[in-house]
Design a protein around this ligand. Structure first.
Ligand SMILES: [Zn+2]
Ligand SMILES: [Zn+2]
Length: 341
């Protein structure tokens, strides 16, 4: 089969490799679509220590079951599925508390195991979520992305969230904005420096879009909330400066959630303000299976628009697309690689 092989920093090529064989508890899938994650781009740039070449990446994907193991209950040849790629141990204290995404023994398909930028991939049967017929492969490959955005909010639902600021209008920012709208936030600001992304944010429900080249984002968000600051801010870029902005735009008792990877240096936090204003700053990493199931439900019922942010490309074009996405993404937000389109 053909596979997009990561060979080292900025080095990727299409190669002919052996197809995966069925192993106990696993199914072999013919890949439908596999989306490129921001973390894959970090890997391509050699900034992801866990991605050791040679490696087939790809953890956001759909596929059709071509070979189930006899023990793979509930799955038959021909079933279309999307996959939760995080394999947590199920036994450690974090797993027992339901916080499977931070299981210290977790591994991920496409990072520690061969991923889906290939014709076929082998996955544990229990990681598969069946796709309804009307959900296409591109939408199905976005279930993983939306799960991340849901996870941001699933520990913040202890009160009404009326105002949200999202820093960065990439895939995660645009999804977080839609989840904020879905849970009833009435003021939702999105910041970015690319006009086409801000336009899309407006169409997807942002009440305020802030072009950081023209306006100070913290001042603009505070003004939007009549001088108060927001209940929740989401940092979906991954720079030290934007992490600090996320804290500075909070209202009293507000919560900043950090999601972006790769900040250049540790952020600085005003500890006195944190105490006096009861601010919360926390990270959000990946998602649980429950987030994943809810994500699929929101996409399949049309509550969240994922189609307007993803485009399909032939897997064979993979090496060039990775280079374009890191050097000059232009209007591209999410690209999904399709083998044999
Ligand atoms: Zn991802
Ligand atoms: Zn565990």
């Amino acid at each position: 089969m053909r596979a997009l092989m990561y060979l080292g920093t900025r080095k990727m090529e299409m190669q002919e490799v052996e197809e995966p064989r069925v192993s106990p508890g696993h199914v072999v899938l013919k890949v439908g679509a596999a989306s490129i994650c921001g973390s894959d781009l970090h890997g391509f740039l050699g900034k992801s220590a866990k991605r050791v070449p040679p490696l087939v990446m790809g953890h956001e994907f759909t596929g059709e079951v071509v070979a189930p193991d006899r023990g793979a209950e509930g799955l038959s040849v021909g079933d279309r599925v999307t996959i939760n790629p995080i394999l947590s141990c199920g036994r450690c204290e974090e797993c027992l508390r339901g916080r499977t995404s931070i299981c210290p023994r977790r591994t991920v398909i496409g990072i520690e195991h061969p991923g889906a930028f290939a014709g076929y991939v082998s996955v544990p049967a229990e990681s598969c979520f069946k796709l309804p017929d009307h959900v296409g492969d591109l939408e199905g490959s976005m279930v993983e992305s939306l799960s991340n955005a849901l996870h941001i909010f699933d520990r913040s639902l202890h009160g009404f969230i009326r105002s949200v600021a999202v820093i960065g209008a990439g895939t995660q920012g645009l999804l977080a904005l839609q989840v904020a709208r879905h849970i009833g936030a009435t003021r939702i600001a999105v910041t970015d420096m690319v006009p086409s992304r801000l336009e899309l944010a407006s169409r997807l429900g942002a009440t305020h879009v802030i072009d950081v080249r023209a306006e100070d984002p913290v001042e603009a968000v505070i003004e939007m909330t009549d001088g108060q600051g927001v209940d929740l801010s989401v940092e979906a870029v991954g720079h030290t400066a934007t992490q600090e902005q996320a804290v500075r735009m909070l209202r009293q008792g507000g919560e900043a959630v950090l999601l972006g990877l790769g900040a250049e240096a540790p952020m600085s936090i005003d500890g006195v303000a944190m105490v006096n204003r009861e601010l919360v700053v926390r990270g959000s990493y990946a998602y649980t299976s429950l987030d994943f199931a809810y994500s699929l439900e929101l996409i399949s019922t049309g509550r969240i628009d994922v189609a307007s942010m993803v485009v399909a490309r032939d897997l064979e074009e993979g090496p060039g697309i990775f280079t374009k996405l890191v050097d000059d993404p232009g209007d591209l937000i999410k690209v999904s690689l399709v083998p044999n389109p």
